[in-house]
Design a protein around this ligand. Structure first.
Ligand code: ATP
Length: 360
């Protein structure tokens, strides 16, 4: 089991001292959801800064409306730690994405002395599978059942290696014999294999807004939904059954290569909001709240029941589908992406003198 990262020691009030809150610069790493974040920030009138390794990436030339105003070119991501002062001098707010946390490392991200959007404390609960399960369990979220003893496998299971990203090394076993055939010698988790349709729910929690689904404090919004295209598992069926492929040395991998838009059967929406609300309320109790975008990664069974196999507590790449709105965001406002929603939250917080309540 990986250790949860050490608690953040960044005092946000102190970091914001000297900030011109009407002249923020929205910054993120040039990857993941950067086009959407820059595009949305620009629509809300913010300056933008793209953090890149080496020369500025050329693909932004192809997308001028989503290119940052300026680039900060660094040699390695940890350079950010020595550039903190320079970033603060530009009133920078960093928008965390999966890429930043991954490239910088959770510990460095937690101690970065630059204001970041959202509550960094969430990482202590999210980045360790056991703690994440505790959080979701406390919220009453239905999850795939764990089967700790391989000898007791009585149904198809999904075996996940600890720390593996994109499901690397994960495999499906239909019984104990199949499990022992692979017999992974590294730490792993055995979960029931949930048969159903995968839906990734894009939420936004605002502690300040009163527009949306009301929580004990603030509101919850649903900005969209996607399904991920995963390589090679989503296409390997064309070569035959998985057990045949295994004998050929071909194993399923779950590397996300793209995203597909989805709308949900409308009668499932009450369950969607009940789950979103429960994780938001539990987050408020456990670590002071999960602010901004988050995603519940779910599988819906043919009994119309959700199983949540993961939570991502920041903007997810599936939101890139909806740069000018979605079938759900359209009922909240026009032209609303998650990137733009983040910028709006900054604007609203700044105008109320409450920036510290959406940053950490
Ligand atoms: P990442 O960290 O990149 O999100 P990961 O290594 O944590 O990936 P998961 O996201 O937990 O892995 O799972 C990867 C994929 O495996 C999912 O997108 C889904 O397709 C499938 N999956 C995960 N858990 C289950 C389950 N219990 N039953 C069926 N399929 C599952």
């Amino acid at each position: 089991m990986g250790e949860a990262p050490a608690p953040a020691h960044v005092d946000i009030e102190e970091l914001l001292r000297g900030y011109d809150v009407d002249d923020l610069t929205v910054a993120t790493v040039c990857s993941h959801t950067s086009l959407q974040i820059f595009h949305g920030a620009r629509k809300e009138g913010y300056k933008t800064l793209g953090i890149c390794l080496g020369p500025q990436p050329r693909f932004y030339e192809a997308f001028p409306r989503a290119a940052p105003d300026a680039f900060l070119s660094i040699e390695r991501y940890t350079d950010l730690l020595r550039l903190e002062q320079q970033l603060r001098a530009q009133n920078v707010v960093v928008i965390p994405t999966g890429s930043i946390v991954e490239y910088l490392g959770a510990d460095n991200f937690l101690r970065l002395r630059v204001p970041t959007f959202g509550n960094r404390k969430v990482l202590q609960w999210e980045s360790d599978r056991a703690r994440q399960r505790e959080w979701l369990d406390r919220a009453g979220i239905p999850m795939p059942r764990l089967l700790p003893d391989p000898a007791q496998i009585d149904r198809p299971v999904f075996v996940k290696l600890h720390g593996a990203k994109g499901g690397r090394g994960a495999f499906i076993a239909k019984n104990s014999a199949e499990y022992y055939k692979v017999n992974p010698q590294v730490p792993h988790t055995i979960q029931e294999y949930v048969v159903g349709t995968r839906y990734y729910l894009h939420f936004f929690y605002s502690p300040l807004s009163d527009v949306g689904y009301r929580c004990s404090r603030g509101t919850l919004q649903l900005l969209g939904l996607d399904r991920r295209d995963e390589s090679n598992v989503d296409e390997m069926y064309k070569l035959g059954a998985q057990e045949v492929l295994r004998d050929l040395g071909i194993y399923p991998s779950f590397v996300v290569t793209g995203n597909i838009p989805v709308v949900l059967r409308e009668s499932l929406l009450p369950k969607v909001f009940a789950m979103g609300e429960a994780v938001v309320e539990t987050a408020l109790d456990l670590f002071g709240g999960m602010i901004g975008p988050f995603c519940l990664e779910t599988i819906v069974t043919d009994k119309l029941e959700f199983r949540v196999f993961e939570i991502s507590s920041r903007i997810v790449a599936g939101t890139n589908l909806y740069t000018t709105g979605s079938p759900y965001a359209d009922y909240l406002a026009d032209d609303l992406s998650t990137g733009r929603r983040i910028a709006q939250e900054l604007r609203a917080a700044a105008s109320k003198g409450k920036l510290a309540s959406v940053l950490s």
